[in-house]
Design a protein around this ligand. Structure first.
Ligand SMILES: Nc1ncnc2c1ncn2[C@@H]1O[C@H](COP(=O)(O)OP(=O)(O)OP(=O)(O)O)[C@@H](O)[C@H]1O
Length: 493
């Protein structure tokens, strides 16, 4: 079969880091091709080169055997390739129609005809079977709807090659199934796709071939049928990796976190939750279950309409994150780009932020002590960085997530609340992060793990399942995937 897309011998350096070192990929026409690798392996860098956002230092990119357009010729690139990123490129303050026709509102010169634009947008959404109102504000769309708008926009430029960069990271189970159905139908229409994911089961479900990158290099390309799971993981990590075994423990008696009669709008109602020292409590449920809003209330990111939150014996003012942190809370938010880190600050500054108060006298942090603590976190969480002084903005997605994790753990919290803690994190790093939660709990902390990943919930002593804003079941260890999913989807109570 003909190659639709090819990258040959690509080298890309960022200062002292070589992100791609003679890397290559060849994607056949009409296939869905997975690109996998550990955090920092060079996947996103390849995406930026395949979409014409960055120029390789060496090597070349070909589309259907022809040399890629000049970097400045954006239209030519848009006709060849589009990428649906984890982080949206849609502008929230504009309508869907405006987003679809951004920079191409009119065919000639002259004023924009808004009515015509709406009609064209409506037609385009209909053509690609996207059930979204063209006049809706893009900021009001769900992650799923936003991705569909981005795919429709890409196809409307004539692109027959779409890159999906961790598209399922913020979708729940049913939304993932709908995305896969859409991908299958695109494939039937001859669209070629490159699929990046840390969920290896998805690779087997939706892709025909897979390429593995490790340490900036191409390691192997095979059909998925010829590369069993163990061998795939070994190609990614360079070694055989055993599955994570969660540890057993006996929780203490002391309650370290409690929420009583919490209610918030239409998100959740009348929820009680209590976590003991030495205990991990899971929160599971679909996207509309209210689990994330509840966790955000526990850490102070949201203010409930009623109810109380107590952290480590202190009743915390609702909606006050610093107060919760002072009481002994560490947390990993859902959206690391908004609440997780300050991109322009260094790895060290971000990771040690909660202890700024403790490290130095009179509020002044001694740089050497901060550095030592940061280096310790970099080592224990295996963060791939040049060092504590590198800005977090330069890190790969998964490594930035580890910095957020470091911040949550650095002050030995009594209570740890983590929301989708392993999002975007590679198969081996996931184990390190789950291990870090279990370590903290063994030191006496209590933890809440909110996750769409059943593997994350396996470390929990019990899982509270939420459905439409209420806790419907408290499941002790020992559940099967099938049992948990049935309760999450409201099929069984
Ligand atoms: N703008 C930049 N400045 C400095 N270093 C960078 C920059 N962009 C990427 N890097 C470095 O290049 C390497 C490859 O990063 P890349 O984002 O391509 O990894 P990835 O495979 O996409 O990882 P992840 O799975 O975590 O998303 C990393 O070490 C990263 O820190």
């Amino acid at each position: 079969m003909k190659n639709h897309v090819e990258a040959r011998n690509v080298v890309k350096r960022f200062g002292p880091t070589t992100a791609l070192n003679g890397a290559e990929i060849a994607i056949s026409e009409g296939e869905t091709h997975a690109l996998v690798g550990r955090n920092g392996a060079g996947k996103s860098t390849l995406v930026s080169i395949l979409t014409g956002l960055q120029r390789p230092d060496e090597g070349e990119v070909l589309f259907s055997g022809e040399t890629a357009p000049a970097l400045a010729d954006r239209d030519a690139w848009r006709q060849r390739v589009a990428c649906v990123y984890q982080k949206s490129t849609i502008i929230p303050a504009l309508t869907v129609a405006e987003n679809l026709f951004l920079n191409r509102q009119t065919t000639g010169s002259g004023p924009i005809n808004w009515r015509a634009l709406r009609v064209r947008a409506g037609e385009l959404l209909e053509t690609y079977e996207v059930d979204v109102d063209a006049q809706a504000l893009a900021g009001d769309l769900s992650v799923e709807q936003r991705q569909l708008v981005e795919i429709a926009r890409a196809l409307s430029f004539g692109a027959r090659f779409i890159i999906l960069d961790e598209p399922t990271a913020r979708l729940d189970g049913p939304a993932i199934e709908r995305l896969f159905a859409r991908m299958r139908s695109l494939r039937e229409q001859g669209v070629t796709m490159m699929y990046i994911s840390h969920h290896l089961d998805e690779v087997y479900e939706i892709c025909q071939s897979v390429t593995v990158f490790r340490d900036a290099r191409h390691i192997v390309t095979k059909t998925v049928a010829d590369l069993p799971h163990d061998e795939l993981v070994a190609a990614m990590t360079g070694e055989a990796t055993a599955a994570y075994e969660s540890r057993s423990r006996t929780p203490g008696d002391q309650v370290v976190l409690s929420g009583a009669r919490l209610s918030l709008g239409d998100r959740y109602a009348d929820v009680d939750i209590s976590v003991k020292s030495g205990e991990v409590v899971g929160l599971a449920g679909s996207a509309s279950s209210g689990k994330v809003s509840l966790a955000e209330t526990l850490v102070g990111l949201r203010k409930p309409d009623s109810g109380t939150v107590t952290v480590n014996g202190t009743r915390v003012r609702p909606g006050d994150v610093p107060a919760a942190m002072r009481a002994g809370l560490g947390f990993v938010p859902e959206d690391r780009h908004h609440e997780g880190f300050v991109p322009l600050l260094s790895v060290g500054e971000n990771a040690t932020f909660p202890i700024a108060r403790k490290l130095g006298r009179y509020g002044v942090v001694s740089p050497s002590r901060r550095r030592a603590k940061a280096e310790q976190m970099i080592k224990s969480l295996d963060i791939k960085t040049e060092g504590p002084d590198q800005p977090v903005a330069d890190l790969s997605g998964g490594n930035a997530q580890k910095v957020v994790f470091a911040r949550a753990l650095v002050d030995d919290p009594t209570v740890l609340v983590v929301i989708n803690p392993t999002a975007g994190v590679d198969v081996k790093a996931k184990q390190a992060l789950l291990g870090a939660v279990e370590d903290a709990v063994e030191r006496g902390a209590g933890a809440v793990v909110v996750s769409d990943e059943l593997a994350d919930l396996r470390i929990c002593d019990r899982v509270l399942v939420m459905f439409h804003g209420r806790v419907v079941k408290d499941m002790p260890r020992g559940w099967t995937d099938h049992e948990l999913v049935a309760v999450m989807e409201g099929i069984e109570d």
